[in-house]
Every structure is written in structure tokens, then in C-alpha cells.
Write a protein that binds this ligand. Structure first.
Ligand code: NIG
Ligand code: FE
Length: 444
């Protein structure tokens, strides 16, 4: 990854008129609307500040943003190797997708039909299907197969405008496969795809061999696997920060006490924390996340009012995943407006996974969030960029177009940002720039 390179000073030349002009790698100019999202995470009802500059331009050099401003000014100050005329188009930061499970093997198309016929997600899981079915297929695969099956999803995310994505393990549920998943993530992170933010989710489900012994499995994950994961990480990826540790706090998965023990142990070992909380039942996972200083608490569909209040007074980012109830055909969604009223920092994510939400498009997530959570397009865009960056601890690097941040941005085939949210089901992204380089968006 090149996201930590510093910006080297652009060369200066003198134009015929005598003004000093800097030579840079790329200038995107004459946009209909430039959305900078500058100014950091947007808490509570401040959500939706797009930093909109009509006719704005972005100067890019060495993979970083040098400056944003009016095109008239930037065109006179910079000479760029690549100039992109964004007339009639919106230019904005690439999406940050702060919750995905995009690394897996196989599919669960048959399960989808069973759910349509009335079986619930947790019933299918309890009967050894659901997550366990993906676990069986992933356990049977070597690292190259895991990489090969996951890469097309990663590149589809990129073509739909996602330039940073969190990605979880959790389809191994035993050390070897969990490490193969981490290895696959590190291999994929070297591709020219989105920046990947890894998360260890050994506590995603209780595997069949521990059926009825969920305490024993919890202990295995956090007393034995986690220290091994840390050692392995330091050997394999010493230059990268430790992955997040996440736990599925849910009926039929891990109860509040098990989740607490798990996350406390992870914190002791120095891992940053996340949690899956209140997807189907409100067990207190959100309050636990706040108490332990987790970076994010995710799902939050059945979150009790007092937990929403606690979240509102904390720095834990609330990550809503509207594709999950949509994918399950359920009617309850994250109470986004209540979270905002309480002062919470709200982000959006896809939850891309083979069971509940096979969706690579943050554009579709924005469209869903507008309808199901009553967000305005501006609020949903901020939740999918600058606030999503906070949900993966990368506020200083991605999520907005500000000098010094990664040159990760997208150009929409639309002249007004409201088209995000308003339109859905087609890809509005006509150009992706990742780390200062243009990515082909052909291929759907
Ligand atoms: O976030 N809830 C747990 N994990 C995923 C689903 C994973 C799966 O079904 O494979 C989720 O919805
Ligand atoms: Fe999830």
C-alpha cells in the first residue's frame, strides 16, 4: 500500500506570463459539483456537510491530494501530466465501506430460496447452514482459491466507487483457516484494488464441533487463537497496524458475557475493537462497545433507547447496514434519525457477505439508507465517506478530499449529487481514481 507516502513537493516552472506554475501528476477540473467532505467526522445532526464547491477542481501529485479549489484558480497554478475535464459531473471522495465479509468461498443461493419459503436466518444457522455452510466451503479451500474467488468481488467494489474497504475473517472458525483468510486478505491488499482494513472475526459463529459448548469455543478464540493471530501478524505484516477484532454478539452466536470476555482480552492484547450488535436482538452489545471504547458498533437494528443515548455521547461510530434487512426481506432498519438526534456519528456500510447481503455497491446502500432510514442524499454521502473513514480509524488518510489525504476519488455520470440516492440499480461512477491512478470502470 502506498497510502502513507508523503507528498513530495511538486516541481515549479515559470509560464510565459511569468507566473510560477507547479507541475503535478493530475488535475481534475471544471466539475459541476466538487464535494470535498472536508472537516472531519460529522456527529449528530451536523451530518450532511458536503463541502460543495460548484465548478471545483482537485490537484493530485504522488498519489495524494495537493489542493482543492475553484477550477479557474487551479488551472492557472498547475500544469498536470493528466488533465481530466469533469464538466457536467460530480467529483467526490471514493466510498469507504467500513463493514464487509467479502472474502469467502462458494455461495448460498439455495439458502436464499429457503428463506423466501419462510425459514429464518437464525433457524438456518442453528440447523448447521448459514454461516456454517460458508465455513465448510472456505475450510476446504487453499489460500489461492480463497483469493481467486474473492478478487472479483473486491474489484467490483472498486468499480462501484469503493476505494477503501474493511474486510473480516470469520469463515474459518479454526486457527488454520482463519490464518489463511488473513493471508488471502494480505495478498488481495497488494492488488491495485481498494485499500483493505482487516478484521479478525474468529467469534462469528460457534462451529459444529463446539455445538452446545459456546463458552469453550469463546475461550479457544480468545485465549489461544488471538495470541497466535497477533504473533502471525507481527511476522507476516509487521509494517501494518494490528487488525480489528470483532465479535457477533447475538442470540445463537455469542452472548453479552462471552462478547465482553472476548473483547476485553482483545483490548489487552492491543487490538482495536468492533462489534456486531443488535442485528436481531438487543443484547447490550452497543453499550459494551461504548464502555470498551470500540471504534465502531455495527448493525444496531434492535438497539435499546438507553444504548442509543450512550452511543450518542461516545466516540464509537454507529455503522448501519441497510442491505442486511433488505437482503433478508425484513422491515426493521437501523433507527438512523434517533442515532443522529442522540448525537451519534453515523456511518453506512454494505455488509457484503454470502448470506444476508451480496452487494458490492455503496451507491445502492445510499439509495436504501435514504428510503429506509430517512437520510437525505447529503447525509448518506457523508455517512459513506468521511464518517465511514472514522469507523475504520482512517480519518486522517481517506474519506474526504483534503490536502495530504490519499487521492482516492470518483467522478459520477451526473451533474448533481442528489442522483446518488435518487437513482439505484445502475453504476453512476464513470471514473475511479485510486491513489492518484485512473482505474477502468468497464465491466459492471
Ligand atoms: O453481518 N451477522 C453476522 N455476519 C454477517 C452475515 C454473514 C453470513 O451470513 O455469512 C452479517 O450479517
Ligand atoms: Fe457483518
Amino acid at each position: 500500500m502506498d497510502s502513507r507516502k508523503t507528498v513530495s513537493p511538486a516541481r515549479s516552472t515559470v509560464s510565459l506570463s511569468g507566473e510560477a506554475r507547479q507541475t503535478i501528476d493530475m488535475l481534475i477540473h471544471s466539475s459541476a459539483q466538487l464535494l470535498t467532505l472536508a472537516g472531519g467526522p460529522q456527529r449528530g445532526n451536523t451530518l450532511g456537510n458536503l463541502g460543495l464547491l460548484p465548478g471545483g477542481a482537485v490537484a493530485i501529485h504522488m498519489g495524494k491530494i495537493v489542493e482543492t479549489g475553484p477550477s479557474t484558480e487551479l488551472l492557472t497554478r498547475y500544469t498536470a501530466a493528466v488533465q481530466i475535464d469533469a464538466s457536467g459531473r460530480v467529483v467526490m471522495p471514493g466510498f469507504v465501506d467500513p463493514h464487509t465479509h467479502f472474502v469467502w468461498v462458494g455461495d448460498r443461493a439455495q439458502e436464499f430460496e429457503r428463506r423466501l419459503a419462510g425459514a429464518s436466518y437464525l433457524e438456518i444457522l442453528a440447523a448447521g447452514g448459514g454461516i456454517m455452510s460458508t465455513v465448510r466451503q472456505t475450510r476446504a479451500a487453499g489460500t489461492p482459491m480463497i483469493v481467486d474467488e474473492s478478487r472479483p468481488r473486491m474489484l467490483r467494489m472498486l468499480r462501484h466507487g469503493t476505494t477503501t474497504a474493511e474486510v473480516k475473517t470469520g469463515y474459518g472458525l479454526e486457527l488454520d483457516t482463519e490464518l489463511r483468510m488473513l493471508e488471502a486478505i494480505l495478498i488481495l491488499a497488494e492488488d491495485e484494488g481498494p485499500t483493505l482494513v482487516p478484521t479478525f472475526l474468529g467469534a462469528h459463529a460457534v462451529p459444529a464441533e463446539f455445538s452446545g459448548r459456546s463458552d469453550a469455543y469463546t475461550d479457544l478464540v480468545f485465549q489461544e487463537m488471538l495470541p497466535r493471530v497477533k504473533e502471525w501478524w507481527i511476522e507476516q505484516a509487521a509494517s501494518r497496524p494490528l487488525p480489528f477484532v470483532d465479535v457477533f454478539c447475538e442470540e445463537g452466536a455469542f452472548n453479552l458475557d462471552q462478547s465482553r470476555r472476548s473483547l476485553e482480552r482483545a483490548a489487552e492484547l492491543g487490538f482495536p475493537l468492533k462489534i456486531h450488535a443488535d442485528e436481531f436482538a438487543g443484547l447490550g452489545g452497543t453499550r459494551l462497545a461504548v464502555e470498551l471504547g470500540a471504534v465502531s458498533a455495527d448493525h444496531l437494528v434492535h438497539t435499546p433507547a438507553e444504548d442509543i443515548a450512550a452511543l450518542g455521547g461516545s466516540n464509537t461510530v454507529a455503522v448501519a447496514l441497510p442491505a442486511t434487512p433488505f437482503g433478508l426481506g425484513e422491515s426493521a432498519y437501523t433507527p438512523g434519525r434517533q442515532i443522529l438526534e442522540a448525537g451519534g456519528t453515523l456511518a453506512l456500510a454494505s455488509d457484503l457477505n454470502p448470506g444476508t447481503a451480496w452487494c458490492e455497491s455503496m451507491q445502492f446502500i445510499i439509495a436504501l439508507a435514504c428510503r429506509s432510514m430517512r437520510l437525505t442524499p447529503a447525509e448518506a454521502i457523508a455517512a459513506a465517506t468521511v464518517n465511514a473513514a472514522a469507523a475504520v480509524g482512517l480519518s486522517d488518510q481517506v474519506g474526504s478530499l483534503e490536502a495530504g489525504k490519499a487521492a482516492d476519488l470518483i467522478v459520477l455520470d451526473a451533474s448533481d449529487y442528489h442522483h446518488l440516492g435518487y437513482r439505484f440499480g445502475t453504476n453512476l461512477v464513470s471514473l475511479v481514481v485510486k491513489g492518484g491512478r485512473q482505474v477502468s470502470v468497464a465491466g459492471g
